[in-house]
Design a protein around this ligand. Structure first.
Ligand SMILES: [Zn+2]
Ligand SMILES: [Zn+2]
Length: 287
């Protein structure tokens, strides 16, 4: 296939975070969508990277390791994608281990609040259903549905889990600068995810100063006008351009994978930056 027709989806989740697909199912879908490259970006974990890489290898799809970290800029929750991270980096593994512990405690707290509301859900049910190190609200919602305590995922969020609803628990967040630094020190490239969902463009120049490498211009929830807006912003701040569907499997109806198709030239630039970063971190490793 000629270079200019190659496409990638650089924002995907599996059941290693809050997606429903196994790595194998995800990669089979990528093949069906005729994608030549993909990145896995599970929340606060890179556990799914090795099996996804192996599945990609079998089908001749290029794999880029990634993760999606939750951070904060000026009081707004933002998500930062890390691409090309060294999956063995000890500091990175320690830090995301901490985020995972925080997530697990948050589940226990949400369940406690539900119990106080006479909703008899057990934390163990959520953990069993999530079966991953990065459980989150979608898993609590699914456990509530499974236990017959609510009629639907939407109801679970509307009645209990949405921000400021009675079982909602605030999430611990590091600053955008800390997330960016952690990604850099792990040899990765830091990209602001779905800026169109944040409506906080004022934070972008500050994040650029903090070392942000790129911006996710193309996303399922970006209209053409929003994508164009962020392409202009990427040009203004000399940021890399990325894009992805943010597919979570079948949890929200039709799978989104392949609905955003990033031109391969952007993947090449991303890979070049990751290679620079890796070389830089390698130089800093003490002998
Ligand atoms: Zn996100
Ligand atoms: Zn995501």
């Amino acid at each position: 296939m000629s270079l200019e027709h190659r496409c990638a989806d650089l924002h995907l989740h599996t059941y290693f975070s809050d997606g429903t697909y196994s790595p194998e199912e995800l990669v089979a879908q990528a093949q069906r969508q005729d994608l030549q490259a993909l990145a896995l970006t599970d929340h606060d974990t890179v556990e799914g990277c090795a099996p996804t890489a192996a599945a990609c290898d079998r089908l001749g799809i290029e794999f880029i390791a990634g993760t999606e970290l939750t951070a904060e800029q000026d009081g707004h929750e933002i998500h930062i994608l890390g691409y090309g991270i060294d999956l063995e980096n000890p500091r990175f593994l320690t830090e995301i281990g901490k985020f995972q512990a925080v997530r697990q405690n948050r589940i226990r707290e949400m369940v406690q609040r539900l119990n106080q509301l006479n909703v008899p859900l057990q934390a163990e049910k959520v953990f069993a259903l999530a079966n991953c190190r990065a459980p989150g609200r979608p898993h609590v919602a699914r456990a509530l549905v499974q236990a017959g305590l609510v009629g639907s995922l939407d109801e679970a969020f509307e009645r209990f889990l949405k921000k400021n609803r009675p079982a909602w628990v605030p999430k611990f967040k590091m600053s955008a600068r800390e997330a960016t630094q952690l990604i850099h020190e792990s040899g990765g490239v830091a990209v602001m995810a779905h800026p169109g969902l944040n409506r906080s463009d004022e934070g972008i120049p500050i994040m650029v100063e903090g070392g942000l490498d790129g911006i996710e211009c193309f996303h399922t929830k970006h209209s053409a006008a929003i994508s164009e807006h962020y392409l202009q912003m990427a040009a203004r701040y000399q940021l890399l351009v990325t894009g992805g569907s943010d597919c979570h499997g079948l949890s929200k109806g039709r799978p989104l994978i392949g609905s955003v198709r990033l031109a391969y030239e952007h993947v090449e630039k991303l890979k070049a930056r990751a290679a620079e970063r890796r070389a830089a971190t390698a130089r800093h490793i003490p002998a």
